[in-house]
Design a protein around this ligand. Structure first.
Ligand code: AMP
Length: 246
């Protein structure tokens, strides 16, 4: 199964991606995670994108497309993948179409998490404030100012993908403001029924545990991006969906 999760920052894409990973035994490919790993490892790519990410802007399309192209070549992505945070622009979506066509692969669905932006901003801002009050470390791009810029980038550059995928017939929209369980149920209903549902991965398999959303990368990109992956389970992001919220 190959899916895209589409939605603004803080809509709960990572949370839902993890559930789908556990359920279908496919990998979550988060370009944000891969780029943060590169920044953390101080690779040339990391140095190139550090400032861009810190100010909430988007990294160059070519660079992100190259990273995803290398990542989906890896063995753990063969069973399927969930793209989280990619594509983020129409040129990225067009490049993904070409990448998949070259490999004779298709997308099963593009899941749009529909959210009320004002409610989202309030939710993320209050969680940032709570984390600050508790003295918890925030990511460099977790500030209300950067959040507003990231939302602006989403509106201007990523929102057009909704029409793009609607035209392609792959778009499925779910209510991203519902509880985690309800969003998961809506996604489940939105997935194409004919898609083969694979058995969940055994947690004891080393490959399943270690790959994470950054994976091992293909030769060139591995050197560039660095292999130290971070998993979203380690530290929930401010604004990430919480059970029971509405
Ligand atoms: P995320 O964790 O998906 O919110 O991504 C964090 C940051 O990484 C974004 O604000 C961008 O600077 C960068 N980024 C992640 N994915 C992409 C992408 N597909 N295209 C461009 N920049 C990206």
């Amino acid at each position: 199964m190959r899916l895209i999760l589409l939605g603004p920052p803080g809509a709960g894409k990572g949370t839902q991606a993890q559930r789908l990973v556990a359920k279908y035994g496919i990998v979550q490919l988060s370009t944000g995670d891969m780029l943060r790993a590169a920044v953390k490892a101080g690779t040339p790519v990391g140095k190139q994108v550090q400032d861009i990410m810190a100010r909430g802007a988007l990294c160059p399309d070519d660079l992100v497309v190259a990273i995803v192209g290398a990542r989906i070549e890896e063995p753990d992505a063969r069973k399927g993948f969930i793209l989280d945070g990619f594509p983020r622009t129409v040129p990225q979506a067009a490049a993904l179409d070409r990448l998949l066509a070259d490999k004779k692969l298709n997308l099963d669905a593009v899941i749009e998490l529909k959210v009320d932006e004002d409610a989202l901003i309030r939710r993320i801002e209050s969680r940032i404030a709570e984390m600050r009050a508790r003295g918890e470390a925030l990511r460099e791009d977790d500030s209300p100012e950067v959040l507003h810029k990231r939302l602006k980038a989403f509106r201007e550059l990523t929102a057009p993908l909704i029409a793009y995928y609607r035209d392609h017939g792959t778009l499925r929209s779910v209510d991203g403001m519902a509880s985690i369980e309800e969003v998961a149920a809506q996604i489940e209903r939105a997935l194409p029924k004919e898609a083969p549902k694979q058995a969940p991965q055994q947690p004891s398999k080393p490959a399943a545990r270690s790959a994470g959303s950054t994976g091992q990368m293909g030769a060139q990109m591995a050197a560039e991006i660095g292999k130290k992956s971070r998993t979203r389970t380690a530290k929930p992001r401010p604004g990430a969906a919480k059970p029971g919220r509405k």
